[in-house]
Each structure stands twice: as C-alpha cells, then as structure tokens.
Design a binder for this molecule. Structure first.
Ligand code: ATP
Length: 462
C-alpha cells in the first residue's frame, strides 16, 4: 500500500477524535488544533515513552518543568530577542507573505521564486521576530517596558537558567542531562500542513552537559540513541534521513546540528521535498551557560551580562578546573512525532467481504486504547454484565473500553481504525466455560482465553 498522505491522516483524525480544528465553531484559527479523546491518549503515551527512555532508563538525566513565561532577560541574553526571526518577503504579484529561506531559487539568476504564483517579483526580506509578546501584570508594555514578556519559543532556556539549581540539588557531576517536556510558541509566518507546523506546539528536549572535548562524541551518541528510540515507536528508518545543517542554516548558538527528516510528504514528486524535520540534535557549545552568567568572560574582561546574578560555570573537583560545559541538545516535537507515528501506523486491509478497512498498526504501548470488551449479544443481561465487569477489572492495569453500539463486525472495524491491539468478545459460552475470545488487530486471528488468565495474557502480549 502507498504511504498515506497528510490529508488521509487529517480525515481519520477528525472522524475518530484524534485531532480537531481549534475554534472550529467560530471558523477556526489558522493552523491551531485541539487533541480529542484519542489524540490526548496517543500524545501522552508518546511523552511517557520518551520520559521513560530519556530519564528513567538512564542514570544521567534529571527532569524539570520550567515556566512558560520567564524574565524578559532570559530571551535578551539567549539571543532570541535579536536573532530569533525569519526573513519575510511579500510577493508583489499575488500578495503572498512568505519565508525567504523556504523558497526555491532559480539557478539561472539566483533569485527566489514565489511558492504561491511562481513569479520572482518579491520584496526585500525583513526580519520578523517569532516570539509571542505578552505583558505581565496590569500595565501595558507601552506604559511600562518592564512589563513586556514572551511566551517561550523553546523549552531549552528554562533548563539553562536552572543549570546551577539542578547541579546543586541533585549533586550531579559531568556528564549529565536535564530533560523537559512542555509547550513552546512561535508566531510562524507560514504555519500549515496540519499539526506539522503550528504556532503552539509541544517539545521534548534534553540539554546534555559534558566537557567541551567530549561534545563531538556525545553528539554522535545522541544521534544513535534517537535512531534506536524512533525504532521503538515504529518509525521506520527508510522514512528518515539525517541532514547536516550548513553554516547559513545553523542557529546562532549552534556549532553543528544534525536534523532527522521524516517523509511527511510522500505524495511530492521530488524525493528530497518529501522529507522535513522531525527532530534536531545540536551542539550548542557553551553558548547558553556563558551568556546567562554574570562573570566577565570576554577578552577585555568586560562584563557581558550585567543582569544575571549567577555564574553558571562548572567546577571539576578531580581536575580542579572551572569551565563552562558544552551542551548537546536533542529536540523533538510531540506533535510531529504523533503525526509520524500515525502515518507509519496507517494501513488498509480488505476483509473477506471485499470491504477495505483501515487498520492503525500502532505499537501496543502507544495505542490510545489497549483492549475493547465487546458483548456478542447486547440484550443478554448475563453477557453484558460479564463484559462490563471484565472492562472494570482490566481498567486498573490497561486502558480498556466497553462498546455495544453495533454488530460485532462493525465494533471490530471501529477498534482496528483507532489502533486497539485487542478485542475481547464475551459470548453465550463465556457464561458456561468462563472463557472469552481475544482477537488480534494485526492478524485478525482469534484465540479462546480463560477469564482468570485474561489479564496476564493481555499484559504479556502488550
Ligand atoms: P523548522 O525548520 O521546521 O521551522 P526548527 O529547526 O525551527 O524547525 P527547532 O527549533 O529545532 O525547529 O525545534 C525543535 C523541534 O520542535 C523541531 O524538530 C520540531 O519537531 C518541533 N517544532 C519546531 N517548530 C515547530 C512548529 N512550528 N510546529 C510544530 N513543531 C515544531
């Protein structure tokens, strides 16, 4: 089967309650999306999988959860106030507003072409800062400039400014990392492609601190580690390419960045246009810890940050050296991960009646619902009571649902379409033999399992 395109996933998402257009009853709000009952479960499962892998299964990573709104100086010294911008151009012909760095260039004259009308009549680029502005307290930013604040455009800075807090309270030694999951906001010029590019999104970031000379090796270790983690989500390597950012593309803090591009757009003709960023792994050097430190550090001994009250350098007791650690940052969006997971899982199968069925082959650990308990006869009190009891008994250890709102074929199809790995059917015999039928989503095979064994059976297969 050909890979599904985003439109197929959008339609499944709306139909089954993964993702809805936000503010829909008021006509929507450009590229904002709300996560429905299944979407929130899937996103939570992705986040849990990441946290377990990034924090619990390692010995060298701690977690934090920092504020979305911080002192404005965080963004002044991080460089975001000055440089977190996209080059914006307007097309004089069709009036489209575009990001210059995303446009095709005509090799004949080196001029960028409007992606909307194809002409080359563009205005000079203007830098547009992507940070959302807000004010803290009752004053307006015009009356009181100190009231100006930003919604964070990345979770990373909340980690850097807590570097010393975490170091002191967890008594860590290099190398170690700090992980965070949280919302980030960017006033994107050209959001779109469903949840691929939105103005509000969620990031899962690790800032991993090490000695400067170890940074290249640690960088490679994280690249390998992420390839392995994506495997566990069912994201196949043939749909991923690694892209080394060139000097013009590198962010102001980065020495080297490797992006993992995913085949989000399989319908595009040119193969390299099919891929776009799923995650980036950057070597941020000692840039962030240095710029947030109060210590004079430039060659003339000039104080480069008069507002910070802390020095974020690290003292190595073994070598008696004080220095600023380097930082390797793997950063991945929850939303783009969820989209990739859905695209990978989407399959279509034809049943023996010749009907095409959507089967979402999610890894069981990610599936929003692990098991659906279905009564074969919804008018039979004994069957219904037993089925409801089974659902309640399973619920503490796995997400289970009860459904009796259709014939069994329809109920199975409904669960296949949302990726439920197992359906448990309660029938007349169940009342006699204390056994139920367990149906496998991927093989459609059925097996009779004793009720007393059911939970263990499902747990072992999940
Ligand atoms: P892009 O080049 O696509 O704008 P970026 O390089 O600016 O992305 P990063 O700053 O590296 O992105 O952010 C890390 C991760 O956060 C990205 O790999 C992506 O998964 C996610 N992300 C960034 N911007 C958005 C957005 N507007 N919508 C959804 N996810 C995003």
């Amino acid at each position: 089967m050909a890979a599904p395109n985003i439109e197929t996933i959008v339609s499944l998402s709306k139909r089954r309650g993964f993702v809805y257009p936000a503010s829909d009853i008021y006509g929507g709000l450009g590229s904002s999306w709300d996560y429905g009952p299944l979407g929130v479960e899937l996103a939570n499962n992705i986040k849990q999988s990441w946290w377990r892998w990034a924090v619990y299964e390692r010995d060298d990573v701690e977690g934090v959860d920092s504020s979305i709104i911080q002192n404005r100086n965080v963004w002044k010294y991080s460089g975001h106030e000055d440089t977190f911008s996209d080059p914006l151009v307007d097309c004089r012909d069709c009036k489209a507003r575009l990001r210059l760095d995303k446009l095709d260039v005509d090799p004949a004259d080196g001029k960028a072409m409007c992606s909307n009308c194809g002409l080359k009549n563009l205005t000079e680029p203007k830098d547009f800062n992507l940070m959302f502005r807000t004010t803290v307290g009752a004053a307006s930013a015009e009356d009181d400039p100190t009231a100006l604040a930003y919604l964070r455009p990345e979770t990373a800075q909340g980690i850097f400014i807590n570097f010393k807090n975490v170091l002191d309270t967890s008594r860590r030694k290099l190398p170690f990392g700090i992980a965070q999951i949280g919302k980030a906001f960017r006033n994107e010029v050209t959001p779109g492609n469903f949840i691929f590019r939105t103005r509000e999104f969620e990031q899962m970031e690790i800032e991993y601190f090490c000695r400067p000379e170890d940074a290249p090796r640690v960088h490679q270790e994280w690249i390998d580690a992420y390839s392995a983690w994506l495997d566990t989500l069912g994201i196949s390597r043939e749909n991923i390419v690694h892209y080394e950012q060139n000097e013009k593309e590198l962010a102001h803090y980065s020495d080297r960045t490797v992006d993992f591009l995913y085949r989000f757009f399989p319908e595009r003709e040119e193969e390299d246009k099919q891929f776009d960023e799923l995650l980036g792994i950057a070597n941020r050097t000692d840039y962030d810890l240095r710029v947030h430190s109060k210590k004079p550090e430039d060659a003339d001994g000039k104080r480069i940050n008069p507002d910070s009250t802390e020095d974020l350098s690290y003292f190595d007791p073994q070598t008696n050296e004080r220095f600023y650690p380097y930082c390797i940052e793997p950063s991945i969006g929850v939303n783009r991960t969820l989209l990739a997971v859905l695209m990978e899982a989407y399959t279509e199968r034809t049943n023996d009646k010749g009907e095409v069925r959507v089967v979402l082959q999610l890894k069981p650990s990610l599936a929003p619902i692990k098991v659906a308990v279905l009564p074969l006869a919804k008018n039979n009190d004994g069957i219904v009571t037993l089925a409801k009891k089974l659902k309640r008994d399973l619920q503490p250890s796995m997400r289970a649902v009860y459904d009796d709102t259709g014939g069994i074929g329809k109920l199975y199809a409904r669960q296949d379409e949302i990726g439920t790995p197992f359906c448990v059917t309660v029938d007349h015999e169940s009342l006699e033999d204390h056994a139920v039928t367990v149906r496998d989503r991927d093989t459609w095979e059925q097996e009779r399992v004793t009720i007393s064994e059911l939970e263990n059976y499902l747990r072992s297969r999940l």
